[in-house]
Design a protein around this ligand. Sequence first.
Ligand code: ZN
Length: 161
Amino acid sequence: MAMPSRVLTEPRELIIEAVAPAEPALKIGWIAAAVDQVADTRAKLRRLAAALAEDADLLTSGRPEVPRLIELLIRELQPHELTRITPPRCVRWDRPGKLARVVDGRRMCQACAASTVGKPRLSCAVCGKTLEVSGRDRDGPPAASSTGPSPKTRSPRWPAS
Ligand SMILES: [Zn+2]
């Protein structure tokens, strides 16, 4: 349940309250330690709390869209033998692993990221074709080479190999 005011005033408590019921075997002290390890600033605590207030299933879904801070929190908790909470899986191979990169808002493991450096191949958000991505805002959708707004002036972010 979203409680925006507590996201601002009690983000740490809100995070612990979201994690505890997701994995009842975890002791509160373990959760608190993991939260403190991952979110060492008020801003991070609030981002984490806001994400969990919006969708507590992020802890258990394993979806590649899971935000980085939540992935880090889950990894801090992993030594405690989790049964329900699960880290996000790589968007390409559906394997768990450290997800080093974000591609199109979804997380990707190191091996897949390495294979796409220079020429990431994704479905273009504009034309739907899977092509080399020619450019993309930091948080925006990918755009295929053929569908950019100004093909004559745009320079590719990743050089062709
Ligand atoms: Zn991968």
